[in-house]
Design a protein around this ligand. Structure first.
Ligand code: MG
Length: 250
């Protein structure tokens, strides 16, 4: 099932995407999926990020191919960091290139959206806490990341967290092709089977540190092939079985 968060005539809704139409649901999907009869054509809506997180938790290095590319040893435990909820944008929105930044990179990532509150979740129970999976672009001011040594400023500008276009609830995240395209040219092409830490381990690990709330986002790291974007570019993140997230740089 594809869960879509959108606005239509200035009102905000959640719905189920059925081919070219959206069937509206009554409440946020973490409270239960109760469809109503009203349908809206998907062409008439504005996509919103398919999550309202209290936090966005990301993983520093989680693909074996990316570790090889960087000539780095595989990490013994996940390195995690945060982005603020104010960095979120949806499908078809513009990423703003800050005037203080000299290198703005894309990072294609598979994101998890949490369904219900959880603390100290065991890996075998993780799936019950997940609402769905989607595409995330971990936009990064690489020059500021190098300069600051810690990552908050480099990762946190408004518009630095494109998410969407929707949540896929039924997919298994263990063997999915993940790609990014810059202006239509393939730049990253890997598979979630390259994960250093599996998704259930990551969610369990994070839940031992912080309580996970409905709508929280966990992003699972990027594969090899990251690179820079310029104003006017189009960046696309595509994950097999989920969708393609498209954004523009301005
Ligand atoms: Mg990243």
């Amino acid at each position: 099932m594809r869960l879509i968060h959108f606005s239509h005539n200035r009102k905000e809704y959640w719905g189920i995407l059925e081919e070219k139409n959206i069937r509206i649901i009554r409440e946020e999907p973490s409270r239960g999926i109760k469809p109503v009869s009203k349908k809206i054509p998907v062409d008439c809506v504005k996509f919103l990020p398919p999550a309202k997180p209290t936090k966005i938790v990301l993983i520093g290095l989680n693909y074996k191919d990316h570790a090889r590319e960087l000539n780095m040893a595989l990490p013994k435990e996940p390195l995690i960091f945060l982005k603020p909820s104010t960095s979120l944008i949806g499908h078809n929105d513009a990423i703003t290139y800050p005037s203080s930044v000299r290198q703005l990179d894309y990072e294609a990532e598979l994101a998890i959206v949490i369904k219900k509150e959880g603390k100290n979740i065991k890996p075998k129970d993780v799936r019950k806490y997940i609402l769905g999976f989607t595409c995330l672009n971990d936009v990064t001011a690489r020059d500021l990341q190098r300069r600051d040594g810690q990552w908050t400023r480099a990762k946190s500008f408004d518009t630095f967290c494109p998410l969407g276009p929707w949540l896929e609830t039924g997919v298994s995240p263990k063997d999915l092709r993940i790609r990014s395209y810059l202006n239509g040219k393939l730049r990253q092409d890997s598979n979630t089977s390259e994960f250093i830490f599996p998704y259930d381990y990551l969610v369990s690990f994070i839940s031992k540190i912080m309580t996970l709330n409905p709508g929280d986002v966990i992003s699972t790291g990027t594969p090899s092939g990251i690179g820079a974007m310029e104003r006017g570019d189009t960046i696309e993140i595509e994950i097999e079985g989920i969708a393609k997230l498209v954004n523009y740089i301005k």
